[in-house]
Ligand binder design. Structure first.
Ligand SMILES: C[S@@+](CC[C@H](N)C(=O)[O-])C[C@H]1O[C@@H](n2cnc3c(N)ncnc32)[C@H](O)[C@@H]1O
Length: 262
């Protein structure tokens, strides 16, 4: 499937392993080999490379050449860190990695089971698969945003569902892990919670301005949104963020499982 939007580089650049893929940070050990699917601009991937030293390595995979070029430029020369351009739905490696992970990437993949099958295949027997992702259906603003933004969000969910993307992914991952034969499946709550006054509150809310800008054009082309609706949602949501919003919860789960054997 063609790419529907590009993730905001600024949002991706700010992420860290310790802050934004916390369960994986607890699981990594020196010497491990890791595959990071949907690595974006490489912020979390660089943290993984550091965590597996000495002796370990991480391959960051992304289908977006532009984001990967930025990742390569930002982190050139880091020990154990490399990047490759490719779609997880075409990734073909067998029993190669101790840990296979994807953070906030499978939300954009329409054929979840095919992606998971390829990720499980890439893990060695006894290796770990760790997926971190959202349940967009359960996102909560406090108080509710303006009607134009609620309409945008409903259109966003419907547009995604129409493309085969799962808006309740976080809630389904454990079941899909078991269906793919992974054992000792464990789910960890990693919700992104932000309240007015917290550091980073503005940036957390702004993610949805990036989504309005980033996904809006594809939604308009698909007939899921009009340009005036996009403009109104953007304006009203920016005002809401500045003057009214008190909190945001984005429901996020880390799901891990072990490949049998090993
Ligand atoms: C929201 S970003 C997450 C980046 C990073 N993992 C993080 O948590 O900050 C999602 C990334 O997944 C990538 N992606 C989406 N679908 C993909 C696919 N089918 N194969 C490889 N990468 C994909 C996008 O290009 C994007 O860089």
């Amino acid at each position: 499937m063609s790419q529907q939007h590009q993730s905001s580089k600024d949002v991706l650049d700010r992420r860290t392993l310790a802050g934004d893929h916390r369960r994986l940070a607890e699981l990594l050990r020196p010497g491990q080999s890791v595959l990071d699917v949907g690595c974006g601009t490489g912020s979390i991937t660089a943290g993984i490379a550091e965590a597996v030293q000495p002796g370990g390595e991480v391959l960051g995979l992304d289908r977006d050449a532009d984001l990967l070029a930025r990742a390569a430029a930002r982190f050139a020369g880091r020990p154990g860190l490399s990047f490759a351009c490719g779609d997880v739905l075409a990734f073909d490696a067998e029993a190669r990695f101790d840990v296979v992970t994807a953070a906030r990437a499978l939300q954009w993949v329409p054929r979840l089971d095919e992606a998971l099958a390829r990720m499980v295949r890439a893990a060695r027997p006894g290796g770990l698969v760790v997926v971190l992702d959202y349940s967009h259906e359960r996102l909560r603003w406090e108080p509710e945003p303006p009607a134009s933004m609620r309409r945008f969000y409903a259109a966003f969910l419907a547009w995604r569902a129409g493309l085969g993307m799962d808006n309740a992914l976080a809630d389904k991952l454990a079941g899909r892990f078991a269906a793919h034969g992974l054992e000792a499946v464990r789910v960890t709550d990693q919700d992104e919670r932000s309240r007015r006054g917290d550091p980073g509150f503005g940036a957390a809310l702004d993610i949805w301005l990036h989504v309005i800008d980033g996904c809006g054009p594809a939604m308009i082309s698909a007939g899921a949104l009009t340009e005036p609706e996009q403009g109104e949602a953007r304006r009203d949501y920016a005002d809401f963020c500045r003057d009214v919003a008190e909190g945001l919860v984005m429901v996020l789960r880390a799901v891990e499982g072990t490949k049998p054997g090993g």
